[in-house]
Ligand binder design. Structure first.
Ligand code: RB5
Length: 149
């Protein structure tokens, strides 16, 4: 799984900051390159600011995948998914993370920082990065995400 040619961008708000730091250190220990898009402390802030920075990093091809963390994982997912080309998936089990990558070609894994420890996050991260997109019928459905009336 670990591959230092893959850069993973991370972003969180204050509520996700403690888990973000732990996840970033774990990713580095596994050989991944990381790009920290903030926030950089537990001072209260607004999750859309950092979600947009993460989306810009991916869409600007400065990272291949992203990790987004807020308190529940919901707000940062909503902000990320406003960006065309970003597919952020909130996952709290390894199977959900595997399927988010295999079926949805998720390029951002979002996590609930106030409801998950690093020990719980590691199997989810492993499942996400070990999975590969299965394409086929799933690509057709992903194409339809942008086909708005
Ligand atoms: C911050 O208090 C909290 O509302 C935020 O981290 C997130 O859970 C929102 O979805």
């Amino acid at each position: 799984m670990p591959d230092d040619t893959i850069t993973i961008a991370l972003a969180s708000d204050h509520a996700g900051y403690p888990l973000k730091v732990q996840v970033l250190n774990w990713l580095n220990s596994q050989g991944f390159a990381t790009l920290d898009c903030g926030t950089y402390s537990e001072e209260r802030c607004d999750y859309p600011v950092y979600a947009h920075k993460l989306a810009e990093a991916l869409l600007g091809q400065r990272a291949l995948f992203g990790i987004g963390i807020c308190g529940t994982g919901n707000g940062i997912s909503m902000a990320l998914n406003r960006h065309r080309g970003i597919r952020a998936a909130l996952c709290w089990t390894p199977e959900l993370a595997q399927l988010a990558h295999e079926h949805n070609n998720a390029n951002v894994l979002t996590l609930p920082g106030r409801f998950m420890t690093l020990e719980q996050a590691i199997p989810i991260l492993e499942a996400f990065f070990q999975a590969t997109f299965q394409a086929g019928r799933h690509q057709r459905r992903i194409d339809q995400l942008d086909q708005l009336q």
